[in-house]
Write a protein of this length. Structure first.
Length: 415
């Protein structure tokens, strides 16, 4: 198992020693997350209990029989969604002059420091004679694949907190982390179990909330997040008489064999908003009815779904979804790297004729790779944003409600 590292407290003299790095080039930034929930119909099936660590086999156990999928998944965004903070996983610019975040408060900056004992964030009061506020914490866990950014967490005993500064990949700079106000010193945003339920494979939650067994955590989104705990499956497949393929005796879930609703639930666990947990964390297993474990309430039909808040509900509002058996997996293969936007058109053309597009008469075959640009354009998120240095920075993500967007069509026509 991959376990998180141990935190240290950065001595104030070490921060003072880096004071010359803090007065150089100060940057503005962004990133505050809030998501919208979604609902489903609960069932009367008895609920699962949270599984112990002993029922997990680990990704490497899958590699023996599923080498191709295992190798492809190593480079996927899901696989890199969380990790121990090391020189191989931490993103961001630690170069003097580029390693600081300027805030709305002209005297308050944050310094990101690469030291012999790890990576650190420190708040700095430039009006103070020693340039210190007395707060510095180490990067212990990184969250996010890095495609859009990376947030870091730190341990305080057995409690886990979010660091106040995030790396923003859109503009390659440091910004305020989700939930932190601009121009204030806060290192106190707790990480609740629902956060870790989507950003890790397994963890052991303690009482009260935000207490965890810090050396007993499986970071990253592993194979068993979508296929269920796999130790029993590995043992049965390694026996002299393995069970027949596709039988319940295999003791593993293949999401492709689930009903469309249950397939959507596997994705909705993390891609339909935060929701309210109605069962202990990690109780849900692939194949369950998600509504039994998490209450997710979608926005009213007349309210647009944010491009970040609830991709599942946005897709469910699409005619492509309501008219057939479409699921997230129709277009997404989570084993692989994210496809480039033009290549997604091949999925659209499996059902639609390119000649039927209204723009075909004008653009001809050039329209063949532009389905997603017109019908799933990028938009600014109202949920994933940050107030940093007096600016509002918003993430730009692709809409998952497949529809006709006149502005996107007009933009394409103007090329």
């Amino acid at each position: 198992m991959k376990s998180a590292g141990s935190p240290l407290t950065l001595p104030l003299r070490k921060v003072c020693g880096y004071a010359s790095l803090l007065a150089v080039c100060l940057l503005p930034q962004s990133a505050v997350v809030s998501q919208q929930p979604q609902s489903n119909t609960a069932s009367a099936t008895p609920l699962h209990a949270p599984p112990p660590a002993s029922v997990y086999a680990g990704d490497s156990a899958c590699a023996g029989c599923h080498q191709t999928e295992f190798q492809e998944y190593q480079s996927s965004p899901h696989h890199h969604d969380s990790a121990e903070a090391t020189r191989d996983t931490v993103l961001g610019n630690f170069t003097p002059g580029r390693n600081v975040l300027r805030t709305r408060n002209p005297n308050l900056i944050f310094a990101m420091i690469k030291a012999d004992d790890g990576y650190w964030q420190s708040s700095v009061d430039i009006a103070h004679p020693d340039h210190l506020t007395g707060i510095a914490e180490r990067f212990d866990i990184v969250i996010g694949s890095g495609r859009r950014g990376q947030t870091s967490l730190y341990w305080k005993g057995d409690q886990l907190y979010e660091l106040p500064v995030t790396w923003w990949a859109y503009t390659h700079r440091w910004i305020n982390s989700p939930g932190y106000p601009d121009g204030q010193v806060h290192f106190d945003r707790p990480i609740i179990p629902r956060c870790l339920e989507c950003h890790t494979t397994w963890f052991e939650a303690l009482d009260p909330p935000n207490h965890y067994e810090r050396d007993n955590m499986i970071l990253g989104i592993g194979c068993e997040k979508c296929h269920g705990p796999g130790r029993e499956h590995v043992e049965r497949e390694s026996s002299p008489h393995p069970p027949p393929p596709g039988s319940p005796e295999e003791a593993i879930v293949n999401p492709a064999r689930l009903s469309p609703d249950r397939q959507m639930d596997v994705c909705a666990l993390c891609h339909a908003g935060v929701g309210d947990s109605t069962a202990p964390p990690l109780s849900y297993r692939p194949g369950d009815v998600l509504a039994d474990y998490v209450k997710i309430t979608p926005p009213p039909p007349n309210v647009p779904v944010d491009v970040h808040g609830n991709q599942v509900n946005a897709l469910e509002r699409s005619k492509c979804y309501t008219s057939g058996k479409m699921t997230c997996a129709t277009c997404h293969d989570v084993h692989q790297k994210q496809e480039d936007v033009d290549s997604y058109s091949t999925h659209c053309l499996a059902c639609h004729e390119v000649q039927a597009c209204g723009r075909f008469r004008v653009m001809g075959e050039a329209i063949r790779t532009k389905c997603v640009e017109c019908h799933m354009p990028e938009g600014k998120s109202q949920g994933l944003n940050s107030h940093t240095g007096g600016q509002l920075l918003q993430a730009e993500l692709r809409a998952h409600r497949i529809a006709i967007y006149p502005e996107a069509t007009a933009h394409l026509a103007g090329r």
